[in-house]
Ligand binder design. Structure first.
Ligand SMILES: C[S@@+](CC[C@H](N)C(=O)[O-])C[C@H]1O[C@@H](n2cnc3c(N)ncnc32)[C@H](O)[C@@H]1O
Length: 341
């Protein structure tokens, strides 16, 4: 009985997630790691109210995120290490409520609307569809692009997980600011690539390609993934794109890729799956929690959906495509390769 009550309390607590986000947004872990450890110094550096900051740190010390080593002097715990900007898990940008991440998570207060209707909650919360919000607010588009670029923490595994030896030209459909394409082209000097995305997003790819020294092999195409794609490339990547859309929209996007591949090209879907090829959930409970949580995030943001291997194979069939190969990379994403049936 008591245990159930305690569990429900910890499951329904909304204060801790926002308190951790406040600490991440203020950059407290970076400051403490750099030696700014007293309350007064931290309040000055973050332009925070000292009394309110003290109460935040006191609560987060109670929850094991920070330690109070002597009165009003703080240190990091193992959990706080994850809040540092340079931590390889790249969590901080996703916890920064001043960025698109704050707006994204705020959508969950309207989750019930999505459960009742199957529609996105984002427009109910903010009065505008998710993608329209980005299209009409360049700062939000830039912020979302930066969040997507944190996927780069595993993009090297995507590069290693696929055989590029017979590929000449790759198109990254909905490839954002070109973070994945950059990894691919850097690792495979024989390749050239194209990234297709919305105007406010894809232009940011140019600077990335210049900085990586691949601008002569990489182009950006500003356009919609629902319109015809540049035709004739060997591989069309859809990385974290199809899950943003309901089945009928995802089928249309896959059809655009199927139309572009000609007879020999491939479509490469990169996604974390709810169930694998054998219809099994991931063994790792943390991974299962992540993907089922992501599913609700996709539902509430844009009526999107996390899918199983079989559901992607069926979507492919509707677009005239068959599974040609499937690999799971160590971070859990599946590379699902499709060709004409
Ligand atoms: C979830 S992000 C994935 C980005 C990247 N592929 C990755 O794996 O990190 C989805 C991408 O689809 C793009 N997108 C959404 N609607 C689009 C449309 N109608 N046409 C082109 N791109 C679109 C977004 O701008 C965004 O870059």
């Amino acid at each position: 009985m008591t245990e159930n009550r305690v569990n429900l309390y910890s499951l329904t607590d909304t204060i801790t997630p926002w308190a951790v986000r406040a600490a991440a947004t203020l950059g407290l872990a970076d400051l403490i790691a750099a030696g700014t450890t007293t309350l007064d110094e931290l309040a000055a550096a973050t332009k925070a109210n000292p009394d309110a900051l003290h109460r935040l740190l006191r609560y987060l010390a109670v929850r094991g995120v920070f330690k109070e080593t002597e009165p009003r002097v703080y240190a990091l715990t193992e959990a706080a290490e994850f809040l540092k900007t340079d931590h390889p898990a790249a969590q901080r940008p996703w916890l920064d409520v001043d960025s698109m991440a704050g707006r994204i998570e705020g959508t969950f207060s309207s989750l019930t609307h999505s459960i009742r209707t199957g529609d996105a909650a984002y427009p109910v919360r903010y009065g505008i569809e998710f993608w329209d919000d980005l299209s009409t607010n360049p700062d939000r588009a830039t912020s979302f692009g930066a969040l997507m670029a944190t996927h780069a923490s595993y993009f090297d595994q995507v590069v290693q997980g696929y055989d590029w030896s017979t590929v000449n030209h790759v198109v990254d459909v909905g490839g954002g600011t070109g973070a994945l394409l950059t990894e691919i082209l850097k690792a495979q000097p024989h390749l050239r690539g194209t990234v297709v995305d919305l105007p406010g997003v894809v232009e940011q790819g140019r600077a990335r390609f210049e900085a990586a020294g691949i601008a002569d092999r990489a182009e950006v195409v500003s356009g919609s993934i629902f319109d015809p794609l540049p035709a004739g490339a060997d591989v069309y990547i859809l990385s974290n794109v199809l899950h943003d859309w309901n089945d009928s929209a995802a089928e249309k996007i896959l059809q655009r890729a199927a139309d572009a591949i000609g007879t020999t090209g491939k479509v490469l879907i990169v996604q974390i799956l709810v169930k694998d090829e054998n219809d099994n959930f991931p063994d790792d409970p943390a991974r299962l929690m992540f993907i089922t949580q992501m599913d609700l995030r996709l539902l509430s943001l844009m009526a999107g959906k996390a899918r199983t291997w079989r559901e992607y194979a069926e979507l492919g069939e509707k677009a005239g495509l068959q599974v040609a190969g499937s690999t799971v990379i160590p971070t859990g994403q599946t590379l699902l390769s499709l060709r004409r049936g």
